[in-house]
Design a protein around this ligand. Sequence first.
Ligand code: HMG
Ligand code: MG
Length: 296
Amino acid sequence: SLPKNATIIEVGPRDGLQNEGKTVSTEAKLEFIKGLQAAGVQEMELTSFVSPKWVPQMADAKEIMANVEKTGRQFVLTPNEKGINAAIESGAKAVAVFVGVSDSFNQKNINKTTKESMDALQPLILQLKEDGIFVRACISTAFYCPFEGAINPEDTLALCRTFAGWGVDELSVADTIGMATPLESYELFKKLKDAFPDMLMTAHFHDTRKMALANIFAALQAGVDRFDASAGGLGGCPFAPGATGNVATEDVVNMLHRMDISTGIDLDLLCQAVASIEPHVSNPVQTGMYRLYKNR
Ligand code: HMG
Ligand code: MG
């Protein structure tokens, strides 16, 4: 049976904007974040502390952190010790780390093999947990890799098991290039829910092939009740060729509400937040619910 409530982890300000070609002002980002919070978003990736040479759009992470309301669970994404230290200094109480199941993707994304990344992350995560920080582990290329093709689900499970052993609070399992089918979504999330029944388990779907909503429904049936989504469907990973935006928050919220699953998010206010960022990004927002909102 389906859950009565689901949690949206809004990733628009981070995953949504990191790949945006136009420089988005800090002010516009802050207004977007404020609008999302006003819409009832309780968990969000606010920004990322990464190399500004690799991801110029996130160069204002410090200014973002200094000026946001940190109510609810507000994440910053970081790949390494430098980023984690900066995140903690900025007042973050929740940190998201990321690693790819596939070596070739991980090399392109953070210039390390998966094993090198994991070896470096272990002491950092143990320290974060000792310091009482909420740790979310994002698992990229959990289904498919843009360079290696299909991923063996056992490899994804093994990576998750390692993170679970280090005491992370949440696993966010990602279809980085939006290639998974609903059957694959169900099968992997069923395995993950069976293996880690007490872990906060989150599904992160990019909507490259327009299967994200179907994949979310499949994940719901496997027992998942947490979904990463990006308002306006913005975004994509700059180091995954062909990757487009995340599934649109407004379309996920609409689908869940229509199935009597509460999210605590006000759809109208959410669309208002999308309207505030739309003039600052390169492409018009084309998501189902946002178009209805604009044309009514
Ligand atoms: P590198 O060049 O191997 O590292 O990059 P380095 O240690 O030689 O550092 C290079 C420069 O970056 C140095 O500066 C460092 O100080 C600086 P320089 O001395 O040249 O002036 N630096 C940093 N600056 C700010 N914050 C930091 C940081 N670390 C180093 N944390 C590195 C390695 C990891 C830094 C680089 O590869 C990087 O920043 N990668 C980030 C890539 C990224 O942000 N990808 C997108 C996010 S992941 C994603 O979108 C997937 C997800 O959504 C799930 C899914 O969909 O799959 C989560
Ligand atoms: Mg992503």
